[in-house]
Design a protein around this ligand. Structure first.
Ligand code: SAM
Length: 295
């Protein structure tokens, strides 16, 4: 809970679902019981210092989503245009799916792929609450989708936010502080993270192979180099051969990738303590294509 004034403590973040409510109306509504302002970087995001026993808003009709700043940067980094076809490759519970739909003003199509049946239900619920009518939910394994399948031939942007260690999120960081588990956790974590990284590299290489894709975002809520810079580095030869290059999402953001390869300064990191969540974002853009227009 957070009862203090801006500048004194960390806010909670409210992402306004612009499919249902405009940002100024949300600001007015939230200001009734909170100290709230507009975020300086993300238009539809409101940092909020709740003053009412931790309750930001009693409205749960999908007009707002409680979503951290780092997490809200991901769909924005992808920058889909209204009317595009976009694939959210690993999408449940769907926070970024519905953010994509809102950025596209409900025009075009978001194909939201999710492997696990139970999580598909969560995803469908998020989509239903958001009011997005341009999301098609697919209960499929992203790795088994053929990049040549005509159903995906018009996909111009892919958001790949695959399963990761979650080491950048609060709950996981607290787990790491449990001393009794330290030795076991250290050992199993190495194997688990290597396995996750193998899946992430495979999924990223697969995403790069879709023929019409111009923009691709790879993101994790992990702080580990193995799941972040190393995964990006592993696909660089393929990305280059397909004419993709790394671009710099949010150039004004100072925290960039670890300096482990040339070009890692394009990557974006957020700090789990200072920025409240440890996220990682890499943006690949096809050369010669700017704002969806072939140069
Ligand atoms: N982007 C989501 C959001 O912001 O709400 C969070 C995605 S979560 C980090 C990763 C998701 O990928 C999980 O729901 C997991 O079940 C799903 N997943 C894992 N492997 C997959 C695969 N091979 N194909 C499709 N989805 C997969």
């Amino acid at each position: 809970l957070n009862h203090q004034a801006p500048g004194v403590s960390k806010p909670r973040y409210v992402r306004v679902n612009t499919l249902k409510l405009d940002v100024d109306s949300a600001l007015l509504e939230l200001a009734k019981i909170n100290t709230v302002k507009k975020d300086d970087m993300i238009q539809d995001l409101l940092p909020c210092w709740c003053s009412h026993q931790g309750v930001i808003c009693t409205v749960t009709n999908g007009s707002i989503f409680l979503q951290g700043k780092a997490s809200s940067m991901v769909a924005l980094a992808l920058g889909p245009k209204p009317g595009w076809e976009v694939l959210d490759a690993c999408s449940a519970p769907g926070n970024k799916t519905v953010h994509l739909a809102a950025l596209m003003r409900g025009e075009g199509k978001v194909l939201a792929c999710e492997l696990h049946k139970q999580r598909v239900e969560l995803l469908k619920d998020t989509v239903r609450r958001s009011g997005a009518s341009n999301v098609e939910v697919l209960n499929r394994d992203f790795l088994s989708i053929s990049a040549e399948d005509p159903m995906f031939s018009k996909v111009r942007a892919i958001l790949l936010d695959p399963s990761c260690s979650g080491s950048g999120t609060a709950a996981e960081r607290l787990d790491h502080l449990l001393p009794s588990n330290a030795a076991v956790t250290g050992f199993t974590d190495t194997i688990r993270i290597d396995n996750l990284a193998a899946f992430q590299s495979k999924a990223l290489a697969h995403a790069l192979s879709f023929p019409a894709v111009e923009r691709l975002v790879y993101s994790t809520c992990s702080v580990y180099q193995t799941e972040n810079e190393d995964v990006v580095k592993s696909v660089l030869p393929l990305a280059t051969s397909l004419n993709f290059q790394l671009e710099t999402p949010f150039p004004q953001w100072s925290r960039r990738g670890l300096p482990v390869f040339e070009g890692s300064e394009h990557l974006l990191r957020t700090d789990p303590v200072e920025d409240m969540e440890g996220f990682f974002i890499a943006l690949f853009v096809k050369k010669g294509v700017e704002n969806g227009v072939e140069q």
